[in-house]
Ligand binder design. Structure first.
Ligand SMILES: N[C@@H](CCC(=O)N[C@@H](CS)C(=O)NCC(=O)O)C(=O)O
Length: 202
């Protein structure tokens, strides 16, 4: 498999999952501005969507969208226990979190990466993200150490990645102490450490 990625971007959730399952894979960095591949050539020819992640499967096909790729990796590597099996009620809790992280957190973080964002818009965006984090903080207070309990899942690979963006956009996570403890637990996993090193972030 080959992962088309950008350091620290949402593609990092897929990278974490690849390391959690112990997969053999290659990495190809994408220049987000020019859409050029590190090895040369246009990323748009591989993925016309232009954004990361994209995973080239062993059969040559390309799969895009974080939620789809994460579920593919979890389902094809069940022994890693990154997603409960079909029919297990807990599976839908993990999928529920993936939708929440994608629609309610990931996309709300995006405007904060715009250096031109107006102060008012930044404050409004931080307020929305804060509300979304309140829910996760409460959820973790009732359980943990991971989103659905003892087992680290693909939803945790995704949330760990998105929470990492707080430092890039100068957002203080201290009002959500359970999330701080959660991020600490996730960041100490060998697969996460390996991912951060491979992306040049550690
Ligand atoms: N719907 C996509 C969103 C992916 C996405 O937002 N990727 C960002 C990085 S986190 C990106 O590549 N942005 C650059 C661009 O859109 O040109 C998914 O779930 O995979």
């Amino acid at each position: 498999m080959k992962l088309f990625y950008f350091p620290g971007a949402c593609s990092m959730s897929v990278h974490i999952a690849l390391n959690e399952i112990g997969a053999t894979y290659e990495l190809e960095k994408v220049d987000m501005m020019t859409k050029e591949l590190e090895s040369g050539g246009s990323y748009l020819e591989i993925n016309p969507k232009g954004y990361v992640p994209c995973l080239q499967l062993d059969n040559g096909e390309y799969l895009t969208e974080v939620g789809a790729i994460l579920q593919y990796l979890a389902d094809t590597n069940p022994s890693a226990k990154l997603l409960p099996a079909v029919g297990d009620q807990q599976r839908y809790r993990v999928v529920e979190f993936i939708s929440y992280i994608s629609g309610e957190l990931h996309k709300n973080f995006a405007p904060l990466f715009n250096p031109e964002i107006a102060d008012e818009a930044r404050s409004a965006t931080l307020e929305i993200i804060g509300k979304r984090l309140d829910l996760l903080n409460d959820q973790l207070g009732d359980g943990g150490p991971f989103l659905t309990g003892e087992q680290f899942t693909i939803a945790d690979a995704y949330l760990t990645t998105v929470l990492g963006w707080a430092q890039f956009v100068d957002m203080d996570l201290s009002p959500w102490p359970n999330l701080g403890a959660y991020a600490g637990a996730a960041m100490s996993r060998p697969a996460v450490i390996a991912t951060l090193k491979e992306e040049g972030l550690m």
